[in-house]
Design a protein around this ligand. Structure first.
Ligand SMILES: NC(=O)c1ccc[n+]([C@@H]2O[C@H](COP(=O)([O-])OP(=O)(O)OC[C@H]3O[C@@H](n4cnc5c(N)ncnc54)[C@H](OP(=O)(O)O)[C@@H]3O)[C@@H](O)[C@H]2O)c1
Length: 387
């Protein structure tokens, strides 16, 4: 049997380790006692990669797992990827803000498909410039995380109940002690106080990262331990540009994210003013330090993450309609949510199921029912309410 080799760059990071675990433990990729995928855990620190490999082998001794030491900034990247015989590269080594397409290009040159979990607008929106990959029958997919992949899948399903769309309000608030990687922290810091455009009142308006503080009450849609009211603030994600066009006719699209502990949430808010005043233009350089300090306070937060989507408009009887959809992830399972679209696509590629070739944004490639199947054995609950 031919083995499908999957190289996960950032494979022992927060999102990468969830991807590796899901792929290794996935029963659908086993045939008898043989595994038809091999997972290669890659990053700059091969000791960390080996540690995760050992933990996964303990759970699934027959799994084929390798460790690869690799730096995405190396001029030898293409050769290194080619040397692994990877059929697919999954790139989670963010932050993606200001990153170029070196990993995607190296994957194409090494003859491998490519999927990333990028949440940076420019990175995701410009991926189409790599469309030459279609000439090599390769799929290049950007944004296979929560934003935009998962939110698009949820909204696609909900908008079917509307004749007229007025607003789409949605967001994500991780549990403070669910674990966050330095790359994720740097990615958020890159947006603090930075201007971007949002679709409000049927027009493009200027907004700033981590401003427009508001509170979302999850209890409107879902009852789950320690998931009640959570702070939200603006953050630039690719969806801000994609969704107004995708859900034509909508008047407003609003995304928010926040920190569960109000005190820390407000610190980022104060930092956003310093960036707006250009006193400190980019906080990203402090990502490692901020993440280390923030971890000291993990005891003060929960392991419960929440996602929500609220859509308002008119139903097919011309009556006002509002839908509340919410997902709650307990036991620190929040980071799996961002990992799942990439896992679904990796499995499709490994099983030779249809995935379009060429460079594309991950908005039409995973459906909500596929995501729901994937999360069913996790501590995750989903509810939908209408009023
Ligand atoms: N689209 C979405 O909705 C979504 C959701 C969540 C997260 N994300 C993004 O996913 C990314 C990863 O987040 P995370 O929480 O998993 O972060 P993380 O835990 O810090 O993981 C990053 C991984 O990348 C590796 N890495 C960093 N620089 C590297 C380099 N030069 N070469 C090779 N490997 C490198 C790191 O290991 P070493 O430093 O040891 O090399 C680490 O394993 C972030 O950019 C985040 O913004 C997107």
């Amino acid at each position: 049997m031919r083995v499908f080799n999957i190289l996960v760059i950032g494979g022992y990071g927060r999102i990468g380790s969830c991807i590796c675990e899901r792929l290794v433990l996935d029963e659908t990729v086993y045939h008898g006692d043989k595994h038809n995928i091999a997972v290669m855990i890659a990053g700059r620190n091969d000791e960390k990669a080996a540690l995760l490999a050992g933990q996964l082998r303990a759970k699934k001794p027959e799994a084929e797992i390798k460790v690869v030491k690799l730096d995405i900034n190396s001029p030898e990247l293409t050769r290194q990827i080619a040397a692994t015989s990877a059929n697919l590269v999954i790139h989670t080594a963010g932050p993606f803000q200001k990153q170029d397409y070196r990993v995607a290009k190296a994957s194409i040159n090494a003859g491998a498909h490519y999927i990333d979990v990028a949440d940076a607008s420019d990175y995701v929106l410009n991926i189409k410039q790599l469309d030459f990959a279609s000439a090599h029958d390769l799929s290049i997919i950007s944004g296979a995380g929560t934003s935009p992949a998962l939110f698009a899948a949820v909204i696609d399903q909900l908008v079917c109940e509307f004749k007229i769309l007025e607003s789409i309000d949605y967001g994500y608030t991780p549990g403070y002690s669910s674990g966050r990687g330095t790359a994720r922290v740097k990615s958020i810091l890159a947006g603090v106080g930075r201007p971007f455009t949002v679709w409000r009142d049927g027009d493009w308006k200027k907004a700033y990262g981590w401003q427009q503080q508001r509170v979302h009450n999850y209890r409107k849609a879902i009852k789950f331990r320690r998931l009640r009211k959570r702070w939200l603030a603006n953050l630039d994600v690719p969806d801000m540009q994609l969704f107004p066009e995708r859900y034509a006719g909508v008047n407003a699209v609003r995304f928010g994210t926040g920190i569960e502990i109000g005190f820390f949430h407000r610190i980022l808010w104060y930092m956003s003013f310093l960036s707006r005043m250009r006193l400190i233009w980019n906080w990203r350089f402090m990502g490692g330090l901020i993440n280390t300090i923030s971890c000291w306070f993990n005891w003060s937060g929960s392991k419960v993450s929440g996602l929500f989507v609220e859509i308002s408009g008119e139903d097919f009887q011309n009556r006002p309609k509002r839908l509340h959809w919410a997902l709650a992830a307990g036991s620190g399972h929040g980071p799996y949510i961002a990992a799942i679209p990439a896992v679904i696509l990796a499995r499709k590629l490994a099983h030779h199921e249809y995935v379009p070739v060429g460079a594309q944004i991950c908005t039409d490639l995973v459906r909500l029912d596929e995501i729901m199947r994937e999360i069913k054995e996790l501590d995750i609950k989903v509810e939908k309410q209408s009023n």
